[in-house]
Design a protein around this ligand. Structure first.
Ligand SMILES: Cc1cc2nc3c(=O)[nH]c(=O)nc-3n(C[C@H](O)[C@H](O)[C@H](O)COP(=O)(O)OP(=O)(O)OC[C@H]3O[C@@H](n4cnc5c(N)ncnc54)[C@H](O)[C@@H]3O)c2cc1C
Length: 265
């Protein structure tokens, strides 16, 4: 399910602090992180993702792994829970000199990352580890299909903000409610279809999948990037390959989260 990823040549464990916590719309929080260690981070744009580390309730501070490689996971798992940080995957929504923004889709339940985003305050510690970029359109495609539920809205908005002015794309963005629809200024060849569920309890991703299955899509070879709830990502890929005959290598599909299952870490 994981597509090809462009990883940074070098990367470090970076400890930052919360600078601001704002709400772009009811179902989202933007957490701004900053600090001197950000000098070690190279913003890559598009859907650049990071491992985000933050303390568990009751911990006095953040204990970051010391290894700047995939050995960090074993290091974290060896720690007793009393000192182990939470780890989740998030996208760099925006990078400015000295600051980055991460946008959290809030969701029901007592989930660590969504709860942390609701309450994080300036000065709280958080850490990041660069995981690279998976939006890698090959040369020669006529247009792009970009789709996701609310967890992938930050990545798709970042992709659109960094896009060339001649990008041709059909973009499907499922969000919890009409109040989460935002004003965008994409390149002229981009058609954005906001899909507000406006139905508490409806499983995220199902509306986007149904809409794409029924959509009248342009002709020509397309690059697809789809992310969100696992059934959305796999469902879109299955539909494009089986019903529309699109080649598998032209489809990047990422299960960002799985209904009913907490992320490991
Ligand atoms: C590469 C990558 C980049 C990502 N970027 C972002 C991002 O920028 N913004 C973002 O909001 N998410 C992003 N995600 C998704 C995010 O990592 C997951 O949603 C994560 O599980 C949230 O952690 P949690 O602690 O809130 O919930 P967990 O503890 O992992 O899960 C607890 C419960 O909540 C449910 N759940 C988890 N996420 C959601 C959700 N989005 N909606 C409804 N129910 C959910 C689970 O099914 C589970 O039942 C990304 C994932 C990946 C792999």
């Amino acid at each position: 399910m994981i597509p090809k990823v462009r990883r940074p040549k070098t990367r470090r464990m970076i400890t930052l602090e919360v600078r601001a916590n704002t709400a772009p719309s009811p179902a989202f929080r933007t957490i701004t992180l900053g600090g001197p260690a950000l000098a070690d981070f190279e913003p890559a744009g598009d859907d650049q993702a990071v491992r985000l580390f933050f303390p568990r309730d009751g911990q006095a501070g953040l204990r970051m792994p010391t290894r700047d490689n995939e050995g960090w996971m074993a290091e974290v798992l060896m720690l007793p829970k009393s000192r182990r940080p939470w780890v989740r995957n998030y996208t760099i929504r925006r990078a400015r000199p000295g600051e980055i923004d991460i946008e959290f889709a809030l969701h029901d339940g007592d989930a660590p990352a969504a709860s942390w985003a609701r309450t994080a305050r300036p000065g709280d510690p958080a850490g990041i580890f660069d995981m690279g970029v998976s939006y890698l359109p090959p040369p020669g495609v006529a247009w792009q299909l970009l789709a996701g539920d609310e967890s992938a809205v930050p990545a798709i908005l970042a992709i659109l903000e960094g896009a060339r002015s001649d990008l041709v794309a059909e973009v499907f963005l499922e969000v919890p409610s009409t109040a989460d629809v935002r004003d965008l200024d994409p390149p002229p060849g981009v058609r954005v279809h906001w899909l507000p569920r406006d139905e508490p309890g409806r499983r995220p991703g199902t509306l986007a999948l149904k809409t794409i299955e029924a959509a009248d899509l342009p002709e020509g070879r397309a690059y697809t990037w789809v992310a969100g709830e696992s059934a959305l990502a796999t469902g879109v890929r299955r539909h494009l390959v089986r019903e529309r005959g699109w080649p598998k290598p032209d489809i990047a599909f990422l299960g960002y989260w799985r209904h009913g299952r907490a992320a490991p870490g």
